[in-house]
Design a protein around this ligand. Structure first.
Ligand SMILES: CCCCCCCCCC/C=C\CCCCCCCC(=O)SCCNC(=O)CCNC(=O)[C@H](O)C(C)(C)COP(=O)(O)OP(=O)(O)OC[C@H]1O[C@@H](n2cnc3c(N)ncnc32)[C@H](O)[C@@H]1OP(=O)(O)O
Ligand SMILES: Cc1cc2nc3c(=O)[nH]c(=O)nc-3n(C[C@H](O)[C@H](O)[C@H](O)COP(=O)(O)OP(=O)(O)OC[C@H]3O[C@@H](n4cnc5c(N)ncnc54)[C@H](O)[C@@H]3O)c2cc1C
Length: 638
C-alpha cells in the first residue's frame, strides 16, 4: 500500500522485539499452563481446528439481531456436534471444541449441568436410562432450579412435586407466579428435558427440595407438552454476549411424571408412598452446584488470561508521549502505572490457573470419598468451591474491565474483544451462587472451624503464608470475639472469608512451585508471578496486615519496593508470558490482542466493515438531517 511503513506491513511480527527479550522457555510454559503435554496437544490441535473453520466464525456477532444471533448459535452448535461425530472426537476433545467455539449456548447447560446432575444424583438405573440419550444428544437438558421469586434461597423454592400413590406419579406444579422457573439456560427455546427442583410432598408431608427429570417438549415437533408453558426471558446485558443463550421461563400446570423420574440417589419415595432419606447429608442434592463452581474457577483463569493477553500485547504496541529527539514515543507498557495495573492481573491469571487445578483435584477427591460414604471433607469442599468461585469471578470480572481501561479508547471498541468478554463473563459473579451469598457460606464454615479448633484455623500452610494466615485468624477473632449475631457481623465476616480464600490461593501457588517444573527459566518466572500476586494483595489490604501486627509499616514499605522490582523483572517477559496461553487470534477475537501486533491497519480496515459504512450518506439523512441543515436561518432570539 502507498506510504505503508515497515511498522504497518502485514506478515511482519511487530512484537518480535518483545518476544526476543524472553528469559524463559515459552514452549515449556505452554505445557505448564495447559497442565500437561497431552492437555497442551489437545488444546493446541482443537483450537487451531476451530480457528481454521469458517463455520465457527464469530466476528459478526455484534451486528446480528437477537433472532439472527440465536439461529446462528443453533447452527454453530449443530455444526460443532457434526464435527465431533464426523471426526470421532473424544469427550475431552469435544469439550475443548465447545470451549474454543466460545459462545454461551444451551450445550453448556446440557453437558455442564444436566448430565452431571444425573450422574451425581441419579441411581445406577436412572443413569443407565438417561445418560445414553443425553450423551447422544437425543434429548437436550437444562438445569431448572432458580425461580422468579427465589434463586439464592434454594429451600425457598415454591414449585411442588406431589406424590400420587394411585398412579405412582409425581404431579409437578407451579402454584404461584413467583414459582415460575426463571433463568435456566437452554430452557427458553431448546431443551426437551429439565432437571426441575421442587418441594417434595408425600402423603401431605413436605420433605424439602429434590430434583426431578421432566420432559418439556415433544421429541417429534418440539412443541411444549401438556401443562408446560415455556419461553425466553428476554434480552440480557450487552449486545451479542450472553444473548446467544436462551435463558427461559417455565410454568408447570399439574404435570405428571413417573415416580422413577425423581433423582433418587440421595433419597427415595417407594411406590407405597414411603419417603426414605439415605444416610447421606441432604446437601448432596446440591452436588451439581459444587461441581460447576469448581469448573467456574478454571473458567476464571481462561477469561482473565484472555483479557490480560489482549491488554499486554496492546500495551507493548501502543506508544504515547516520551519521544526523545524525534525518536519513537514510549511504549505504554513501560510506564510504572501501567505495570502496576497490568502485572498483578497477569499474576492472578496464573494463580487462578493453579488454584483451578487444585480445586479439580479436591472435587475429585471428595467425590471418591462420597462413594465410600466418607463425608468428612464435604464441608471443606463446599467452603472452598463456594469461596474460590466467589473470589476468582469477582477478581476476573474486575480484571477484564481494568484491561479494557488499560487499552484506552480502543479498548471500548467491539473489535478489541473486551466489551464482549466482559458482557459474557460478568454473570459469573451471580450464577451458580451469588458471590456474597457464597462468601457467607465460607464465613459460616470459618466460624464453625474456629469454634472447633480454637484460634488456629490451620497450621498446614507453607511458611510464606504466615502473614496471610495471621490476617485471617485476626479478622475472625475480632468478629467472633464480640457477642453479636452472625447477621450483625456478616459484612465483616465476608471480609474474613475473602482473606481466607486469598490465603488458599497464595498457599497453593507456593505449593505449585515446590513441584518439579521443567523448562529453562520457567520456575523462576512463576516465582516472580507468585510473589507479585502475594505482595500485591498484601499492599492492597495492608490495613488488615498492619492491624494484625504481623507486619510493620516498614515491612509494608519494603513490600512495595519489592513489587516495583518484580514488575521490572516481569517486563521483558510479559509478551512471552501471555504467548504461553497459546490462544489463537480467532479465540481471542481481538484486533488489539492479535499475535503479530499489527494493530492499526487492522483497526482501520475493520471500521469500514461496519454496516453503517455501507453507504456514504446514512439512512435518515434526507428525512431528518437535510431539512435541519436547509431550514431558514431565523433571526435568532438567542
Ligand atoms: C466471550 C467469552 C467469555 C468466556 C468466559 C467464560 C464464561 C463461561 C460462559 C459459558 C456459559 C455458560 C457456562 C456457565 C453456566 C452457569 C450456569 C449457572 C447455573 C445456575 O446458576 S444453577 C443455580 C445456582 N444456584 C445457586 O447456586 C443457589 C445458591 N444457594 C445455595 O447453594 C443454598 O441455598 C445455600 C446458600 C448454600 C443455603 O442452602 P441451605 O439453606 O439449604 O443450607 P444452609 O445454609 O442452612 O446450610 C445447611 C448446611 O449445609 C451445608 N451446605 C450448604 N450447601 C452445601 C453444598 N453445596 N455442599 C455441601 N454442604 C452444603 C452448609 O455448610 C450447612 O452446613 P452446617 O449445618 O453449617 O454444617
Ligand atoms: C446468566 C445467568 C445464567 C443462569 N443460569 C441458570 C441456570 O441455568 N439454572 C438455574 O437454576 N439458575 C440459573 N441462573 C440463576 C442464578 O443461579 C441466580 O440468579 C443466582 O443463584 C442468584 O440468585 P438470585 O438471583 O435469587 O439473587 P438474590 O439472592 O436475589 O440476590 C440479590 C441480592 O441479595 C443478596 N442476598 C441474598 N440473600 C442474602 C443473604 N442471606 N444475606 C445477605 N445478602 C443476601 C445478594 O448478595 C444480592 O446482592 C442464572 C443466572 C444468570 C444471571
Amino acid at each position: 500500500m502507498e506510504g505503508v511503513g515497515e511498522e504497518e506491513m502485514e506478515g511482519v511480527d511487530h512484537l518480535a522485539h518483545e518476544r526476543n527479550k524472553s528469559e524463559f522457555d515459552v514452549d515449556a510454559m505452554k505445557i505448564v499452563w495447559a497442565g500437561s503435554p497431552h492437555a497442551f496437544d489437545v488444546s493446541d490441535r482443537i483450537s487451531k481446528l476451530v480457528a481454521s473453520d469458517p463455520g465457527f466464525r464469530k466476528d459478526n456477532r455484534s451486528t446480528l439481531s437477537r433472532k439472527e444471533l440465536f439461529k446462528n448459535t443453533l447452527r454453530k452448535a449443530a455444526y460443532a456436534w457434526k464435527t465431533i461425530v464426523d471426526l470421532r472426537l473424544s469427550e475431552e476433545e469435544a469439550a475443548k471444541l465447545r470451549f474454543y467455539v466460545d459462545e454461551p449456548a444451551f450445550t453448556d447447560l446440557h453437558w455442564g449441568m444436566f448430565i452431571p446432575a444425573i450422574k451425581g444424583q441419579g441411581t445406577e438405573e436412572q443413569q443407565q436410562k438417561w445418560l445414553p440419550l443425553a450423551y447422544k444428544m437425543q434429548i437436550i437438558g437444562c438445569y431448572a432450579q432458580t425461580e422468579l421469586g427465589h434463586g439464592s434461597n434454594v429451600q425457598g423454592l415454591e414449585t411442588t412435586a406431589t406424590f400420587d400413590s394411585q398412579t405412582d406419579e409425581f404431579i409437578i406444579h407451579s402454584p404461584t407466579l413467583t414459582s415460575s422457573k426463571w433463568w435456566p439456560g437452554g430452557l427458553g427455546k431448546v431443551a426437551t428435558h429439565a432437571i426441575a427442583y421442587a418441594r417434595l410432598i408425600v402423603g401431605g408431608r413436605e420433605h424439602g427440595v429434590h430434583g426431578f427429570i421432566v420432559q418439556l417438549r415433544s421429541l417429534e415437533d418440539h412443541s411444549p407438552l401438556l401443562g408446560i408453558t415455556v419461553g425466553d426471558i428476554g434480552m440480557k446485558f450487552g449486545n451479542g454476549a450472553y444473548n446467544t443463550m436462551d435463558n427461559g421461563v417455565l410454568q408447570f400446570d399439574h404435570v405428571r411424571i413417573p415416580r422413577n423420574q425423581m433423582l433418587m440417589r440421595v433419597s427415595q419415595v417407594t411406590c407405597e408412598g414411603k419417603y426414605k432419606q439415605s444416610d447421606v447429608p441432604r446437601q448432596l442434592v446440591y452436588g451439581t452446584m459444587v461441581y460447576v463452581r469448581q469448573t467456574i474457577v478454571a473458567d476464571a483463569s481462561c477469561a482473565l488470561s484472555r483479557a490480560v493477553c489482549i491488554a499486554t500485547r496492546y500495551s507493548a504496541v501502543r506508544r504515547q508521549f516520551g519521544s526523545q529527539n524525534g525518536g519513537p514515543e514510549t511504549q505504554v507498557i513501560d510506564y510504572k502505572t501501567q505495570q502496576s495495573r497490568l502485572f498483578p492481573l497477569l499474576a492472578s491469571a496464573y494463580a487462578f490457573r493453579f488454584i483451578g487445578e487444585w480445586l479439580k483435584w479436591l472435587y475429585a477427591d471428595v467425590t471418591q470419598r462420597l462413594q465410600a460414604n466418607d463425608f468428612s471433607t464435604l464441608p471443606e469442599a463446599h467452603a472452598c468451591t463456594a469461596g474460590l468461585k466467589s473470589l476468582t469471578t469477582t477478581a476476573t470480572a474486575d480484571g477484564i474491565e481494568e484491561c479494557r481501561k488499560l487499552c484506552g479508547g480502543h479498548g471500548y471498541l467491539c473489535s478489541s474483544g473486551l466489551p464482549e468478554l466482559f458482557a459474557v463473563y460478568v454473570p459469573a459473579c451471580t450464577y451458580e451462587g451469588d458471590n456474597t451469598v457464597l462468601l457467607l457460606q465460607v464465613a459460616r464454615f470459618l466460624m464453625k472451624t474456629v469454634s472447633q479448633l480454637g484460634s488456629r484455623l490451620s497450621s498446614k500452610k507453607p511458611v510464606g503464608t504466615i502473614a496471610y494466615m495471621t490476617r485471617v485468624e485476626h479478622l475472625m477473632q475480632c468478629r467472633c470475639g464480640v457477642q453479636r449475631g452472625f447477621a450483625e457481623l456478616s459484612a465483616d465476616l465476608v471480609e474474613a472469608a475473602v482473606a481466607h480464600c486469598q490465603l488458599i490461593v497464595v498457599s497453593k501457588f507456593i505449593e505449585k512451585l515446590q513441584q518439579e517444573i521443567p523448562g529453562k527459566g520457567v520456575k523462576q518466572q512463576l516465582e516472580v508471578l507468585c510473589n507479585i500476586y502475594a505482595l500485591f494483595l498484601l499492599h492492597k489490604h495492608q490495613g488488615d496486615f498492619l492491624s494484625t501486627g504481623c507486619i510493620t509499616p516498614k515491612h509494608a514499605a519494603l513490600a512495595n519496593d519489592e513489587l516495583r522490582s518484580l514488575y521490572s523483572q516481569v517486563r521483558p517477559n510479559a509478551i512471552a508470558l501471555v504467548d504461553a496461553f497459546n490462544y489463537t487470534d480467532h479465540y481471542l477475537g481481538s484486533i488489539l490482542g492479535c499475535y503479530d501486533g499489527n494493530v492499526y491497519p487492522k483497526l482501520y480496515e475493520a471500521a469500514w466493515k461496519d454496516p453503517l459504512n455501507e453507504s456514504v450518506v446514512p439512512d435518515g439523512y434526507h428525512l431528518y438531517i437535510r431539512p435541519l441543515l436547509k431550514q431558514e436561518i431565523r433571526t435568532a432570539r438567542l
